[in-house]
Write a protein that binds this ligand. Structure first.
Ligand code: ATP
Length: 253
């Protein structure tokens, strides 16, 4: 499959992608693509390879084999899981949100008045009015997630990757974050979100990729999240041997 031309309406395309850590593959033989302007969920049980795949799309992990192709010139915003963030870093909410400007201004670049306005508008848009100077280590989990979404807003990226943004946040915050995600998609951005709540995924995400170290199903959410596919994903995951050698493509059913 490698060598085929990249479709310009495609934002991200994986072709027989295998990726992992050291010599251990965490995601095997994945071929799928995300259209420009699509909204997709990435689901699977713990350890099924979701974060690994998101990090690969973000360019933080290199494929062991196959390809992960991003449309040339695509700007990208990646929000890791909260557990990967260092909350003890001495920063205020507006410092955290201003980091979203670095690709446009450089890390040490001076912020203009319009940048400060953009940061203030983003903080307001996520419902954190009055929190500008709050240290980030004093925020609740939901408030921190709102601040991180404000940073993504400021980044103004065409491709947005969110790893478990709804983890440990309340219903109201989830509703507000989902509204922002729909707004991004409405603006023509491509959004890929790792999520665990399958009811939320069914209600809010048109497309889904179900992973169990290898792709189980990909496409319209209601066609993917069938009880058969979910059972197949659980079975495959339970049978997975982390120490097995790298499997060749034709060993996958
Ligand atoms: N930095 C790492 N070094 C070695 N192995 C890793 C590393 N990160 C993840 N793994 C392994 O890769 C596999 C897939 O992990 P990954 O974090 O991608 O799964 P996940 O679906 O995102 O899980 P969760 O839902 O728990 O966040 C797991 O077996 C995990 O232990």
């Amino acid at each position: 499959m490698t060598g085929l031309p990249f479709n310009p309406r495609t934002a991200v395309e994986m072709r027989d992608l295998t990726v992992g850590y050291g010599s251990h593959a965490a995601v095997h033989h994945l071929s799928c693509c995300f259209s420009a302007g699509s909204l997709s969920a990435l689901v699977g049980v713990n350890g099924s390879g979701k974060s690994t795949l998101i990090k690969t799309i973000a360019g933080l992990l290199r494929p062991m084999s196959g390809r992960c192709h991003i449309a040339p010139g695509t700007s990208l915003a990646y929000l890791p899981q909260q557990s990967e963030l260092d909350r003890s870093f001495p920063a205020r909410v507006r410092d955290l949100v201003s980091l979203g400007l670095w690709s446009q201004r450089g890390l040490l670049g001076r912020h203009r008045a319009q940048d400060r306005d953009r940061v203030a508008a983003a903080i307001s848009a996520v419902g954190l009015d009055g929190f500008d100077t709050r240290p980030i280590d004093s925020l609740s989990g939901g408030q921190l997630q709102r601040a991180l979404f404000a940073r993504v807003l400021v980044q103004d990226a065409q491709l947005i990757l969110l790893d478990e943004p709804f983890n440990a946040v309340d219903e109201r915050t989830i509703g507000d974050l989902v509204a922002l995600i729909h707004r991004w998609q409405g603006q023509g951005r491509t959004v890929i979100v790792v999520a665990h709540d399958l009811d939320l995924v069914r209600a809010q995400f048109p497309q889904t990729l179900l992973l169990a170290r290898r792709p189980i199903a990909w496409g319209a959410t209601l066609d993917v999240l069938t009880s058969d596919n979910l059972q197949r994903a659980r079975n495959l995951h339970e049978a997975w041997d982390d120490h097995a050698p790298w499997c060749a493509p034709d060993e996958v059913a």
